[in-house]
Design a protein around this ligand. Structure first.
Ligand SMILES: CC(=O)N[C@H]1[C@@H](OP(=O)(O)OP(=O)(O)OC[C@H]2O[C@@H](n3ccc(=O)[nH]c3=O)[C@H](O)[C@@H]2O)O[C@H](CO)[C@@H](O)[C@@H]1O[C@H](C)C(=O)N[C@@H](C)C(=O)N[C@H](CCC(=O)O)C(=O)O
Ligand SMILES: Nc1ncnc2c1ncn2[C@@H]1O[C@H](COP(=O)(O)OP(=O)(O)OP(=O)(O)O)[C@@H](O)[C@H]1O
Ligand SMILES: N[C@H](CCC[C@H](N)C(=O)O)C(=O)O
Ligand SMILES: [Mg+2]
Length: 493
């Protein structure tokens, strides 16, 4: 694409020299990935400043530089006020506005985003629609999976991926939209058709100033749905009516609103909820009829996730019978309330609860089913919201007969300092601190007796423990299974 054509999306910019005739083959914000014919965009990051890598970008083949500061380069430099802000617009133009070509569903909220996107994918797949998914676990185009570094990647990765989804004839794209991404404008180039809100509770207060700031970031997804109404291309905000922030979020959008909930009057409602240790049943009332859902997902929080996915699917025109079949057939999401095979008499469950609210939800659910003791193995991530640490520890103690506090991705922090933050102010003594996560899991498995349930929380699908800047292989499910096998051998079973 001609550079002049690409830049036509920008209202104002200044060029250091003539740019007519320059052809752009790639847009890149990482100098290490620049190849011949790239436009290098300098981004001021949290760690380093992309403006410092212009020389490397040019030596790797950049034919033009986009910067917000003065930089010296042997190729033309285009100056504007805010490179991060404009990157998404440039990317969507460069990749041919891919999200205008298929319906795009964005899911935001503190907990449940991954689960809702997977539920939605199984509903659309049940309707024989090919889906693209972007989120915490991976990026998927149809059945092909690719790794991702962020739940919601940067604008360049996103738009390139959406173009690929178009090429692969994806019918509907479904993505998790994190508050970080909304705040940083990673999704500015995305034309959402349906925006889903799951819930809001404390997390990420290392990044957001306070809960209001966090809520405001979430609301940007609904504001971004736009205020132009198209009769033939209706857009929807799908909102959890039982969340205290529902009113504010409804006001954030000019588009249609579809509400769901269990406790308040909502357009999509769950009634007669029956929860068991291996299944959940409820009646779902919707504006297009009522159905009985029999799901193998566990806990009331998953009823909310199913309502959210159903509401979005109804907005997308999926028949209710298809939604029911998909929900009934869905077996679960990798690392979310995942039982570990082989435990005899007691149950070990691996789950991704890493916020106070999710931990409370999942422990409450387990407590309701446990015939005997409840044990929890849990830690808090390093270089993340410190204020959630004592909250998570006290929730663990509130529900568990014994909590085993341990490490969860200490990153650049001292693991014992994180554990000190967790235990500061705890009154109860029904906890143990075992810093080494493997030892903590072994300890819990060795404690368990018939009827007990062990929750191993926080890492879910993760297959690493991040210590310093290095990720070491670690999988809660593998470790729990090893511990169970060792105990089996010891007890001669
Ligand atoms: C705080 C934050 O969000 N950081 C994101 C940010 O990194 P950064 O600002 O540190 O980047 P940087 O290293 O300073 O680099 C600045 C610029 O210089 C460039 N550079 C850098 C080095 C070099 O040699 N050459 C070069 O050109 C970089 O490519 C970049 O353009 O930009 C990176 C590229 O897009 C992101 O991967 C990175 O996410 C990090 C890994 C992260 O942990 N983010 C978390 C907080 C996050 O975003 N989480 C949410 C999910 C939360 C949830 O679901 O609970 C998410 O959406 O993932
Ligand atoms: N609707 C919900 N409300 C509260 N807790 C939930 C809900 N759904 C899931 N959880 C809990 O939160 C954990 C994470 O769920 P999920 O991965 O779907 O959320 P997420 O929003 O994608 O998380 P992340 O922000 O890390 O991407 C689950 O393992 C479960 O313990
Ligand atoms: N997306 C979340 C994941 C947290 C998972 C937990 N295992 C941790 O490392 O804290 C975050 O980056 O805050
Ligand atoms: Mg997620």
């Amino acid at each position: 694409m001609k550079l002049t054509e690409l830049l036509s999306v920008l209202p104002f910019y200044h060029v250091s020299e003539a740019i007519e005739g320059i052809d752009i083959k790639k847009i890149e914000a990482d100098s290490r990935q620049v190849t011949d014919g790239s436009l290098f965009i300098c981004i001021e990051g949290f760690t380093v400043d992309g403006h410092d890598f212009v020389e490397q970008a040019v030596s790797n083949g950049a034919t033009a530089i986009l910067a917000q500061k003065e930089v010296q380069a042997s190729v033309p430099v285009i100056r504007l006020t805010d490179t991060s802000r404009e990157m998404a617009k440039l990317a969507s133009k460069f990749y041919g506005y891919p999200t205008r070509q298929f319906p795009l569903i964005g899911v935001t909220g503190t907990n449940g985003k991954t689960t809702v996107t997977y539920l939605l994918a199984s509903i659309f797949n049940q309707f024989e629609k090919k889906t693209g998914i972007i989120g915490t676990i991976q990026m998927k185009i149809g059945e092909d999976a690719y790794p991702v570094h962020n739940t919601t990647p940067d604008a360049l990765f996103l738009q390139k991926t959406f173009q690929e989804m178009n090429r692969e004839h994806v019918d509907t794209a479904i993505m998790e939209v994190s508050s970080h991404a909304l705040d940083m404008g990673r999704v500015h180039g995305c034309d959402f058709d349906i925006a889903v809100f799951t819930n809001l509770s404390q997390d990420h207060l290392d990044y957001h100033q306070d809960m209001n700031d966090y809520l405001h970031a979430k609301s940007l997804l609904f504001a971004q749905l736009g205020n132009t109404y198209h009769e033939k291309q209706k857009k929807f905000a799908v909102i959890n009516e039982d969340d205290p922030n529902s009113r504010f979020l409804k006001k954030s959008t000019a588009q249609h609103v579809m509400t769901y909930g269990c406790d308040h009057e909502a357009q999509i409602r769950a009634e007669d909820i029956h929860m068991e240790v291996t299944k959940t049943a409820f009646t779902m009332h919707t504006p297009v009829g009522s159905v009985q859902i029999n799901s193998s997902l566990i806990g009331k929080f998953n009823v909310y996730n199913m309502l959210a996915a159903s509401a979005a699917a109804i907005c997308a025109g999926i028949p209710l019978t298809v939604i029911k079949d998909a929900l009934d057939n869905m077996s679960g999401v990798n690392g979310r309330f995942q039982p570990v095979d082989g435990s005899r008499g007691f149950a070990a469950v691996v789950d991704y609860a890493h916020t106070p609210d999710s931990l409370e939800n999942v422990l409450q659910t387990i407590k309701g089913f446990a015939e005997n003791h409840v044990y929890v193995v849990v830690g808090c991530g390093g270089d993340r919201d410190k204020t959630k640490r004592p909250l998570m520890a006290s929730i663990a103690l509130k529900y568990a007969d014994q909590a085993i506090l341990t490490s969860d991705n200490p990153r650049t922090e001292n693991p014992m300092a994180i554990l000190d933050d967790m235990t500061a102010g705890l009154q109860d003594r029904n906890y143990l601190v075992i810093e080494n996560r493997r030892e903590a899991i072994f300890h819990a498995i060795n404690l368990a007796e018939k009827g007990d349930i062990i929750l191993i929380a926080g890492k879910g699908h993760e297959t690493y423990q991040e210590i310093g800047h290095t990720r070491h292989h670690f999988d809660d499910r593998e470790v729990a299974q090893e511990a169970i096998q060792e105990r089996d051998v010891k007890e001669n079973r």
